[in-house]
Design a protein around this ligand. Structure first.
Ligand code: PHE
Length: 459
């Protein structure tokens, strides 16, 4: 099975397409919704610092491992391990990855539904005159509603499914290449406005001020989980996308570019949200509703404010949608290659399943919601889906992926793959660094952070 000649298997058509598709997976609600509210909750700068270290020391080596596994095998995440290590338990990584894709989709499609709904409302001009209290009530009504959140969740799933049915090139590639640049321009426009608000400096300080006293083991685990979630790592998303990479792609460069651009978008989102929070005297630790309760304020009562508000929810919809393309693509590639289901059937079948189970998330996102009181082990469905995937499955998956890369895979094969058979000179010099990280640093950090968080180890 030589590279690039899998029957009927598509690839992206250029390096640029590879970059935008992969960035489209990384940039999502993680940047615009999760990153700001977690940074707010865990006290700002110190959390940010841990997060950045995780991106560098844990994220990058795992991303590179996934790129290698994906492009080397040109298969879905289960098939990839089956091919590289037949008859071994390594394919358990693939099975875990498929499970994580479901768990994430259950709650992700729900939050994306709220975003679509806010886009719709801003298009209708509903946020022309708002106050902090009004927005709080508005958001409360959304997350405690019965059919509104579910309806919008289904709209989201329909859009994602329609794009995916078009295929890797005509669907994923075309959409991400068109929309990612738009997202970037829109977020810069929003930043310019937020940073010129009176009192914006306090928000910037909050983001940059480092105070280690708030860095509990739980905060560190969360920062690490966020790094996985943000970069779509530990579950085979990057493996699946890399299986569509061009043979000539410089994957080390792609990994560095995607991780940097993703971090930049997170910072830009933080810079849009925190100045607003402080300028309007709101709580930075307000939780999952932070985005929905602050952003409409930024743009209220100012020239072109309503247009900017539409721009903001549009860009967030783009981010969420392109990330979901990559989540569901893991499932589609798996079902079509391992079980012979057509792309179309796999897309529709999975969307239906996610629509049904996803209702559990939509109804448990708020304690006052329809299933808000169904709590086990201190969490409801929504929080369990999120916690289990980000803080447990992705880090464990990531640990095994990096161990596979560092110890089990054929090292010469990795070198050939990552240097495109020796044609990339840069690879020769940087690869040893990645091997060192992948063998010692990344696994050690993962284990320490993990044991520390579950209380088995005190550091
Ligand atoms: N990286 C995406 C985000 O930040 C979420 C995601 C996680 C996508 C895992 C794919 C796989 O929103």
């Amino acid at each position: 099975m030589s590279m690039g000649h899998h029957h009927g298997r598509e690839t992206f058509s250029s390096g640029l397409a590879v970059f935008f598709a992969t960035l489209g997976s990384a940039v999502g609600l993680g940047n615009i919704w999760k990153f700001p509210y977690l940074t707010g909750k865990f006290g700002g700068g110190a959390f940010l610092l841990v997060y950045l270290s995780c991106v560098l020391l844990i994220g990058l080596p795992i991303m590179l491992s996934e790129f290698y596994i994906g492009r080397r095998t040109r298969r879905n995440v289960v098939g990839a391990f089956h091919q590289l290590a037949p008859g071994t338990p390594w394919k358990g990584i693939g099975v875990m990855g498929v499970s994580a894709a479901y768990l994430i989709m259950f709650f992700y499609s729900c939050v994306a539904g709220w975003v679509y709904y806010y886009l719709f409302r801003s298009l209708r001009g509903d946020f022309a005159a708002v106050t902090p209290d009004l927005l709080k009530n508005e958001f409360g009504a959304v997350v405690t509603g019965v059919w509104t959140p579910v309806f919008w969740q289904w709209v989201v799933l329909a859009v994602v499914t329609a794009i995916l049915i078009m295929g890797v090139k005509k669907g994923i590639e075309r959409i991400t290449k068109t929309l990612m640049p738009v997202l970037f321009l829109l977020i810069i426009a929003c930043d310019i406005r937020a940073l010129t608000l009176p009192g914006a400096g306090e928000g910037v300080n909050f983001l940059l001020h480092v105070d280690f006293s708030q860095l509990t083991p739980a905060a560190i685990l969360t920062a690490m989980g966020l790094a996985f979630f943000k970069l779509s790592l530990g579950m085979g998303t990057m493996t699946t996308y890399a299986s569509y990479f061009t043979p000539s792609n410089n994957m080390m460069a792609t990994a560095v570019k995607v991780a940097s651009a993703d971090t930049l978008v997170s910072m830009l989102a933080g810079l849009a949200i925190f100045p607003t929070v402080f300028a309007f005297g709101m709580e930075p630790g307000a939780g999952p509703g932070l985005l929905f309760m602050t952003i409409p304020l930024v743009f209220s009562q100012m020239p072109f404010g309503q247009q900017l508000l539409i721009a903001f929810f549009f860009l967030t919809s783009i981010a969420a949608t392109t990330a979901m393309l990559s989540l569901v693509e893991v499932l589609i590639a798996y079902f079509s290659e391992e079980h012979g289901v057509s792309r179309q059937k796999a897309a529709i079948g999975n969307a239906l399943l996610i629509a049904v189970v996803g209702m559990l998330a939509a109804w448990s996102a708020d304690p006052v919601g329809p299933l808000g009181q169904v709590v086990f082990g201190g969490r409801g469905f929504f929080d369990w889906f999120d916690y289990l995937s980000s803080n447990i499955l992705l880090p464990i998956g990531g640990l095994f992926i990096v161990l596979f890369f560092g110890y089990a895979a054929n090292q010469q094969d990795i070198i050939d793959q990552l240097t495109n058979n020796g044609t990339l000179s840069l690879g020769r010099s940087t690869l040893p660094i990645f091997f060192f990280l992948a063998r010692y640093v990344t696994p050690a950090l993962l284990v320490v952070i993990f044991l520390n968080a579950i209380g088995l180890l005190k550091v």
